[in-house]
Design a protein around this ligand. Sequence first.
Ligand code: ARG
Length: 615
Amino acid sequence: MSVGLRSDYSSTIGSDKGCSQYFYADHSSLRYPLEVSATSGQLMCHFKLVAIVGYLIRLTIESVQLEADSCVTDSLTIYDALLPIRSMVLYRLCEPTRALMSFVSTNNLMLVTLKSPYIRRLSGIRAYFEVIPEQKCENTVLVREITSFEGKISSPYYPSYYPPKCKCTWKFQTPLSTLGIALKFHNYAITKKGAKGCEHGWWEINEHMYCGSYMDHQTIFRVPSPLVHIQLRCSSRFSDKPLLVEYGSYNISQPCPVGSFRCSSGLCIPKSQRCDGVNDCFDESDELFCVTIKPACDVTHFWQPGPLVCDGFQDCENGQDEHNCTQSIPCTNKTFKCDNDICFKKQNARCDGIVDCPDGSDEDSCSCSRTSSSLHRIVGGADSQEGAWPWQVSLHFVGSAYCGASVISREWLLSAAHCFHGNRLSDPTPWTAHLGMYVQGNAKFVSPVRRIVVHEYYNSQTFDYDIALLQLSIAWPETLKQLIQPICIPPAGQKVHSGEKCWVTGWGQRHEAGNKGSPVLQQAEVELIDQTLCVSTYGIITSRMLCAGVISGKRDACKGDSGGPLSCRRKSDGKWILTGIVSWGHGCGRPNFPGVYTRVSKFVPWIHKYVPSLL
Ligand code: ARG
């Protein structure tokens, strides 16, 4: 047992045996505090918790302070045993947190280790634990005739994280054979189980199998039967976020009563929730085919200034929507156009440090790249020019090129979550980032990776939320700013226009069949593709994805380009915007199968949470 006793060590627990402690808890109504902190030196703590046999331990974390580096040096680990056995890890925290979270053991033992070997500011934990009885999660519910949500079921020990192993069964019965059961999952969705296993919950509903996944909105699932038998099996590697599901009955023969919309899956939602920007159907079909208000293109006297009028794009065939743009000062090449279509007279309104646009868009992303070397000159691409894509990064895993990424600040890169999926790939240690590179292997700057932040909702089955942030161990030097430049993050929720031309770049394979990347950085011009069209091609395309390619196929990203940028040049100010991240596709460059990219505009608040310095 290691002891981390220092002069600046403080604890409210036990006598001063350092921060390695053994607790025996025999009172089920008590909260046993677990607190330790230090401002210098190191903390290497082991808290061994033992409860009365037959009871479980619930650990509630109030706050954790440590250096965020993907658990390379600092970590808080909770084990479902008294020894630090890898297979018994319940949860691992690699980032500081102030959010209340709790974890439950599967027996009467728990070990909590806190590792912070080089304290710079403050490291520590504030938590407490309790002794709790084992709970069964099974229930038989008689649902009433009222067709609305009337009750809730939840994962075991809700609102604690649920343990990696569990089995819950719920039986529902409605009073009439014409009524089925509707389930409303909070921040979660279930989809038909594929060949792979389920990472976040395995569900059996009336003998059909589904896998669960977390997301940023609620979803509704209807079972058209008056008798519904549900089994949930916890199937995550570690403890997982608590689940809450509301239930109620619905009319099977009329699943979509007047005033509601029928999702492709057969589910229904209130009509008012259609095209409201929130995905209410679990297949997201309520947010598809949403006609944006088109400018009245032909009938001049019905001219309505809508969002597509004077937006710099020709929405009417005759370009009428971009004529007579006088509802504000017309935008010319001497003026700057704000995101909300207002033009400013001032020639240098953009990035002058003064907010001129009401939405502040003239001062957005002012430190990112304006570079636009003549684009002379992936699948069907061509050699790029040296220095044409100064935000392009090559990520090497154990010395070999593996994925792409984009520079967004002096120490942060944006890439795809799927590049880091798996035990070894999620560890930052074997990765290096190569910046200012043209010929593979000849980078101007190489840095180890200090931290990898994969999006918490990344789904390895559907590639939803395929985004990750990487923090460099060494920020690239100012002296290289001619060769390395950040690309701009789009404004939050920015709409893209199908048909818009953008560029995809990378050192990935130049043909689908083959197994080696390109030595010279390739570039290919691709067109943004209508979301509805892309859904009809691929099926599951979520609102976090966008498609780009050319009808013939031919020009596309391929294996090895993943995580790299889809760069689009903004007309108003010539800035390059990171519109997409190379994510997936059916083969490479096949006709009618465009490349699928992560839609970066959906992740602006998420990026800012980790990179607040970004304007
Ligand atoms: N997932 C691939 C990678 O790991 C990138 C796939 C992109 N495919 C495409 N056809 N656009 O590099």
